[in-house]
Design a binder for this molecule. Sequence first.
Ligand SMILES: Nc1ncnc2c1ncn2[C@@H]1O[C@H](COP(=O)(O)OP(=O)(O)OP(=O)(O)O)[C@@H](O)[C@H]1O
Ligand SMILES: [Mg+2]
Length: 484
Amino acid sequence: MEVCYNCFREKQTPGPCPHCGYDEAQDRDRYPLALNHGAILDGRYIVGRVLGQGGFGITYTAYDDKEKGLVAIKEYFPTDFVGRTQNTGMVCLYSGDRRKNFEYGKELFLEEARTMASFMNDGRIVRVHRFFEEKNTAYFTMELVDGDSLDRYTRKKGGRLSPEEADRLLIPLVQALDGVHAKGIVHRDIAPDNILVRKDGTAVLIDFGAARYSTEEKSRSLDVVVKHGFAPKEQYSRHGKQGPFTDIYALAATWYFAVTGEIPPDSIERIEEDSLVMPSAKGIKVNRKIEAVYRKALSVEASDRYQNMREFYTALKKAEEKPAAATSAIPRKALIGILIGLLAAVLILAAVLVVTSLGNQGSSQGSSISVSTTTPVPTTSPTSTPTPTPTPTPARKPTPTPTPTPTPTPTPSPEDLEKDIATLDKTSRKGDGTQTAEETPEPTPTPEPEESDPPEIKKDGAISGGGGDYYDGGSGGGSSGGMG
Ligand SMILES: Nc1ncnc2c1ncn2[C@@H]1O[C@H](COP(=O)(O)OP(=O)(O)OP(=O)(O)O)[C@@H](O)[C@H]1O
Ligand SMILES: [Mg+2]
């Protein structure tokens, strides 16, 4: 009897799993530095397939024999600093500075695991359960999210998402990141491959790896923590000041990817000549006000962006309140015409009512009532306001009845409409294309075939084992920590 190292169900024969389709043989060559299938960690976790490998770590599925369920385990494995003894799975360390860097990074890895665990009940940040040291390195276990990474999800959905769906997925992450920043942590690697979409359609943020390594000069791998298209300018420089605005740029770039299906141009390439084309200029229907918020968040200069997630969130919510499209359909001239027409109609109606009233008074009330001084003179002058006489003539209802209006929807005042039109004019001019969302039909997205692993978005870090001067630190064992 065999076991599938993806779903951990039993199968009769080697080869692809009849339950989940996973083919173990294919994984072997893809991740030569990974732990073997079936390796045991912390006396309870049976290591399964590799979910992903980056410059700093390898993430596996695993079966928790204690809790009898599946988990994800991340192993600290900075490829620049280590290799592996394949039969024991022990991590081999280089000597000298690289070893120091490795040790330092390992401390930060565990520290980060602790921090992530403090977001246990958040739901928008992956739940970290436990961490421990073994095989010369460190591990933490997480909930195994049943879903796809955002880039894969987007491709499965035909190459791009509707702006509404992108907002629904990403705006909760703006709030979650506000909490992360409040703890002094900047994620620094927000990108579609570090956001998972659960089966219930909610997004969850993973991989705080870059947050660990880029804080200190000690790490020489700073340059690895740059994901082209998503990393802002300041991440390309060792001395670039980073902060919440760094994550704001990356999240906005992720929105751009989701909505257009394209990776935005590199931030450093945009310094000389900004080739960023916003979705509306590509003919994608999008709320222009929301787009303007993301445009600001995608400013090359950090000082031009929102400075914290709260500002960013408030701007997004404000932009959501009144869709630009609803106010943009009426041209300015037509609007003025309508207003003049309405005014004229009211005045004419008032004049007719007054004339009718005078006629009625003349016939029904007789000459006993002197009207020569008290009755207002009807006039057609557009500046005068007709005042009703107190006579309750049925044809005359100039005084509005105070009927309660049940609809709380704010009707835009003419001033608001004017303002919106002005804003819209500006936004249209800002775009580098001549098309507008209303004029251009949406391009039909080309569905891509499903792939087992998203290859497009990768860090620059090379995945290599390295040879050379190994130090094998001895036995496995090690400390472990539980977090709830
Ligand atoms: N908790 C999880 N549940 C399901 N899949 C996960 C989980 N964590 C990670 N993955 C998958 O594994 C991939 C790699 O994980 P992760 O992003 O944490 O590390 P990485 O980018 O490979 O490494 P690095 O730390 O070097 O950046 C992810 O893109 C995702 O597809
Ligand atoms: Mg990642």
